[in-house]
Each structure stands twice: as structure tokens, then as C-alpha cells.
Design a protein around this ligand. Sequence first.
Ligand code: SAM
Ligand code: SF4
Length: 334
Amino acid sequence: MSTDLLTDSFGREHRDLRVSLTDRCSLRCTYCMPADFADWIPTPELLTTDEMMRVIETATELGIDQVRLTGGEPLLRPDIVDVVRRITALPKAPRVSVTTNALRLAGLAGPLRDAGLERINVSLDTLDRDRFTEMTKRDRIDDVFAGLSAARTAGLTPIKINSVLMRGVNDDEAVALLRRALDEGWQLRFIEQMPLDAGNLWVRPRMVTADDIQSALSEAFDLSPVPVRGSAPAEEFFVNGTTQTVGIIASVTRPFCGACDRLRLTADGQLRSCLFSREETDLRPILRGELDHSAQASAIAAAIGGCVAGKLPGHGINDPSFIQPDRPMSAIGG
Ligand code: SAM
Ligand code: SF4
């Protein structure tokens, strides 16, 4: 199949597919979903694993070479190990990573590694138990640390940590998080809070910006920019005096849409060209129709091509006319 289907009208080649395995979650991070959130996608609308695999296989045939499994909380999917095994066994097997809150990682790190997973991204916004409980509405920080430890024992590498800082909540922890990451050998990336929460609580003046983060870190560390970035969302900085780097994903204040190579598949079969898209391509009619295998693959490929072709140049967060997408982050796949 032609790789041209993955090149959009601005010349961006798409190589990275983020697949949401579920919109359900075991935490309630305040910047993601309200404590009483209950607006789940109805189960019959969710893709079966076979349906999801058909999309992933076609995408890899077109040239997708990186698949990130996310959610919601992807480790809640009962067949997560099988999903990883099936993706890594594809004829054009992509690199696979998982973004997780790590609550179930202690028991799954070994089986995931055996199934072919090499790397893992874990979200951790604070090192403090009470603060973790306040920020996630669940007293589960010990499970996260147990998961991280199991990831190391299993040989998942690198272990990347995603941290979202919120003003007046955990923005005093930038230095402590980096110190801990340096000690543990984790690759830390701070993510600017984006207007994607189900509770619509995001307000720009309260956002902790990349500038804020850089200046907080500079109080304790000597940072210098890593020159090559490519399509990676994180701006990386050498932490001088160490062999490690720290990243900042500044989606709001320093958008990197011009180098974006990402597509997204939601758990209910919607293809999205951007986190902030207000349009989706529904793959379920193709997946649940009467087409034979080959016609179905062609139709999926055409739908992927159409989605890529319609991709806008940027996310528009900074336009006065910006409207937050109806789907929250947890139902898109971060
Ligand atoms: N549950 C998994 C986890 O937390 O890692 C995977 C899904 S979560 C939606 C993926 C990433 O999105 C996490 O690192 C989380 O911190 C981040 N995230 C969620 N809501 C966000 C928001 N409003 N702004 C920025 N990042 C957000
Ligand atoms: Fe769940 Fe991840 Fe959202 Fe936190 S950020 S509520 S762990 S989906």
C-alpha cells in the first residue's frame, strides 16, 4: 500500500498511532476527569480486539511504525498482554509503548515485557502520598511505585515519567520530581496542562507554563537545550553534570504542530488527526460491515488517508475562536 496516504497537505508524514484501549480509568486526576465522572462510552460501541487489530495492521501496512497504547487506563483492558503480543507479531511490527498510571503495572510489567513491550510511560505528578490522593482521588501512590519498580526489574527501558504541574497544587515539586528521576534513571517530561479535561476546568492564567517549569528547574539545575528534536513533542534539555535529560511538552505555549506525526484511534473506533480535532472518522461502519478482508483493509486505508488529508495545520488552542473538543482526553487517548 502507498505511504502517501500518511502524508498530509502540509507535508507531514504520519508514523505514530496512539490507540486508546478504553476510556475507563482507575484514577480521577483533576486535570483529566471530575471525581464523579460517569459519562463512559457504552460497551457495544467499543472496538473488539479483532476490530482494533485490523485498523492497527492496516496502519502499519501504510507506514505507521510506532504504536502507543493509552486510554483511559490501558492496563484495565483485560487482554492487554495479548494486544501487545498481537501487535508485536504483525508482519510490519511497529515499536510499541504503553502510557499508564501504573496501578496494575506491578503484576503486568513482566508479562508485557515477555509479550514484546520494550518501553513504558508512567504518569506521576507528585511524590507525596497525601497530594497524590488529593490529585487523583485515590490513595494508590504505593501501587505506582511498585509498578515502576516492576518495570525496572522486567527490563522495560526507557521508563519515561509524565508529570502535569498545576498551580498551587504541585508546582513546587518540579525540582523534587527531577531529582528523583535522576536518581532512578527515569526520563522525566513535564506536560503543560491542556484544555481537554472532562470538567472544563482549564483556565489559561492558572496554567503552569514551560517558562515557569524551566525557571523552577534552573534554580537547582544547569540545563542546556538538546539540539535535535524531530517530531518528538518534548523539548529536551541536558541536565548538566549528569548523563540525563529532562523534557517539557509545551503544547499550549510552544506548539509543535508543524512537526506532528501522530494519529489517534479511540476505543470506539474514531480516527482523529489531532488531540483537539472537532471532526472524527468513524471506522466502525467499515469494521462492522459486510466487506471481505481485502476490501475492508482497502476501505480502512482510504479512511486513514482521508483523515490525514483533512488534518489542520495546528491545534488552534491559541486562536480566540478555539473550542474545546467534546471528547475529553480520557476518551481520546493522550
Ligand atoms: N491513564 C494513563 C496515564 O495517565 O498515563 C494514560 C492516559 S492519560 C490521558 C495520558 C497522559 O495524558 C497522562 O500523562 C496525563 O497526565 C496526560 N493528561 C491528561 N489530561 C491532561 C490535560 N488536561 N493536560 C495535559 N496532559 C493531560
Ligand atoms: Fe486516568 Fe490517566 Fe486521566 Fe489520570 S490522566 S484520570 S490516570 S486517564
